[in-house]
Design a protein around this ligand. Structure first.
Ligand code: SAH
Length: 342
């Protein structure tokens, strides 16, 4: 049996190297990339400007498959959640959101997650494996086909810790950013991490400048370690130091995500600690309403208290926004992805 190469695993440079090694021309890679990603032609035989021999070679060696859709749910606010089945039977979810500024896709980076944050449904199942580059790209292709929408923004904020699957996530970003392909702008993509410090340094050195978001959720080590076990390994001081270096190298504004958990991390005193922690970093805080997960004991902070927290940050000179919730009615909101279809 011949095992086909997943076309979506390759950057344009990978494809060019492969084709040149097989006796074709480098520019053929550009042609094929444009057909697939810019013109949405998913059959090599329909690529009219490439030769017969190359068409046959591509068809014999490469696959252009879709992810298998198991279920699709649509929220009242237009959010769509897709549950896909992978070739080895595992399931993953992607969430498409209609925003004022475009269409955003939240992609999953791993099957399960090992970070074990105490509030997040995605960590209820341990990591089975990383997603391949192709599986990351296929979430975009398949979601576009299923929704009929052109995806303009990507957030790597689905199940999994993207910096625990670093190389594949970076390659994915390169592929979807390629000017000959989907052309999703660097500034339109955000990778979110729970704070894997060495990878923040690596990310600062990447030529592609997609955005960085850090799931902070607590402004001191005692509390953060209580709710996010990764903090034991990478405490706040190390994260903040890495953020400084990241900002010096990239001049890009960092987002700190902060879920408001009632009675846990939402006091005025903690708002003050948070302000002191991140002052001078050119960052902003994304305050996220907690989405209920029945296995955990947390409650969402009510709107009045959330506004007080927000106002306090603003008063102390910190940029902040209170994020609106999307897809809550279909369990597609942050922290609710758990690979269930029922
Ligand atoms: N592992 C990465 C990517 C996941 S991003 C990270 O931790 O950043 C998903 C975001 O949603 C993170 O900020 C995460 O902390 C947050 N989140 C998790 N559970 C949530 C919940 N129940 N309600 C709201 N946000 C949640």
């Amino acid at each position: 049996m011949i095992i086909l190469i997943n076309f979506y695993d390759l950057t344009i440079d990978d494809l060019a190297a492969h084709l040149v090694a097989s006796g074709f021309k480098k520019f053929n890679a550009t042609q094929i990339f444009e057909w697939v990603y810019a013109k949405s032609v998913f059959d090599f035989n329909q690529m009219t400007n490439i030769g017969k021999e190359l068409k046959a070679y591509m068809s014999e060696n490469f696959s252009l498959l879709d992810l298998t859709l198991k279920t699709k749910q649509q929220s009242q606010d237009g959010t769509q959640k897709f549950l896909f089945e992978l070739s080895d039977g595992f399931s993953i979810e992607s969430v498409l959101m209609l925003q004022d500024y475009g269409v955003s896709l939240c992609v999953t980076s791993q099957v399960g997650c090992n970070m074990g944050c105490s509030f997040c449904a995605s960590g209820l199942k341990y990591k089975n494996r990383n997603l391949s580059v192709g599986e990351l790209v296929m979430q975009v292709i398949s979601s576009e086909k299923l929704s009929g929408q052109k995806i303009t923004h990507i957030v790597v904020m689905g199940t999994g810790e993207p910096f625990d699957n670093y190389d594949n996530v970076i390659k994915f970003i390169k592929i979807v950013n390629d000017p000959k392909g989907l052309q999703i702008g660097q500034r339109h993509m955000t990778v979110s991490t729970c704070g894997i410090v060495p990878k923040i340094y690596d990310y600062a050195d990447e030529p592609i400048r997609s955005n960085l978001a850090i799931s902070l959720h607590a402004p001191n080590d005692e509390l953060r370690t209580k709710i996010m076990k990764i903090n034991k390994k990478y405490p706040l001081e190390d994260i903040i130091e890495a953020c400084k270096v990241y900002f010096e190298k990239t001049s890009r504004r960092i987002t700190f995500e902060y879920i408001l958990l009632s009675g846990v991390n939402d006091s005025i005193e903690l708002a003050d600690q948070l302000s002191d922690l991140i002052r001078g970093l050119n960052a902003y805080v994304n305050l996220i309403p907690y989405n209920y997960v029945k296995e955990f004991g947390y409650e969402r902070t009510d709107m009045k208290r959330a506004m007080m927290f927000y106002d306090r940050l603003i008063k102390r000179g910190i940029n902040a926004i209170l994020r609106k919730e999307q897809g809550g009615d279909i369990d597609a909101a942050c922290g609710q992805l758990r690979m269930k279809s029922e």
